[in-house]
Design a binder for this molecule. Sequence first.
Ligand SMILES: Cc1cc2nc3c(=O)[nH]c(=O)nc-3n(C[C@H](O)[C@H](O)[C@H](O)COP(=O)(O)O)c2cc1C
Length: 288
Amino acid sequence: MNYSALIQNRKSVRAFTDKKVPHSVAQEIKTYFETSVKRLIPELKTELYLFCDDVKAMLEGAGGYNQFLVGAPQYLVLLSAKDELAELNAGFIMQDLVLNLTDMDLNTCWITFTDSELVKESLGIKSELDVAAVVAFGYGIKTTKRLRLNIKSMSNVDVVAKHRYMEPKRSMYDMVFLNTWGNTHKLDDHIGFFDDMLWEAFYAATLAPSYLNRQAYGFVIHDGAISLVRRPDEYTTDIDGKLSLGIALLHFTSVAENWAGKLRWSFGESAAKLQLPEGHEVVATCVL
Ligand SMILES: Cc1cc2nc3c(=O)[nH]c(=O)nc-3n(C[C@H](O)[C@H](O)[C@H](O)COP(=O)(O)O)c2cc1C
């Protein structure tokens, strides 16, 4: 897959045609999950469920912003064994599936949920694993209007049609720092410019989907390593925050691996002095 191109083309889609994916496509998605999907923690047990029947009504009330569930002809549900890193891993895996679907000209939208048992019960899933990630997918309705999130307040989110609306994302200079948190002095000397490899990998991270588009994270380049840092965000719940971190890691990793080879992330605090403000924490670090 050409990750850079797929990442730049992907956007959340919230209106779908009724057209179902053919059986062969559903099978291809399952095979990709079983044989090729990128995993952050390969030893952590996961299961993928693909719902192709009309399950929107069954999921209603169990997922979506403010209980507003994006209606789609299919949903992907990823289950995971319990682990401190389960959501980070699930965000990583599911986003690789999302990009695989994008490659197949399918459209997607992540769906938030709060209660794993409720989702399992609603969908009749019998498994000892927990629901870790949900994504709606199908063939998006082609329109000149773009449906966008209308965040009136954090407890009042709906979707409206807008012409040619682009969701603002954090810029690279608000997300990538050198040696200490917040420092962008001489950053360009390190990451280069448009078309340079490291620049492309960070750019991919800035385009990652995140809960309420909050992008509650940043990266620090230090001591020949790169650390992903979680920013505190009062609107992002713990689970959605961790999923969003996993997604951002997948975007960075998938592009960086094109030239750096396999990246190995270690998790938790780094010994380096990154001068993180209160409430910020190092999530993962890799040596380049
Ligand atoms: C963990 C997570 C949960 C999300 N839940 C929802 C949701 O329930 N409903 C929805 O419309 N969008 C949901 N989104 C999509 C985000 O709102 C979207 O990624 C963000 O607004 C950025 O837009 P983009 O994906 O087009 O780049 C979710 C995204 C993430 C990462």
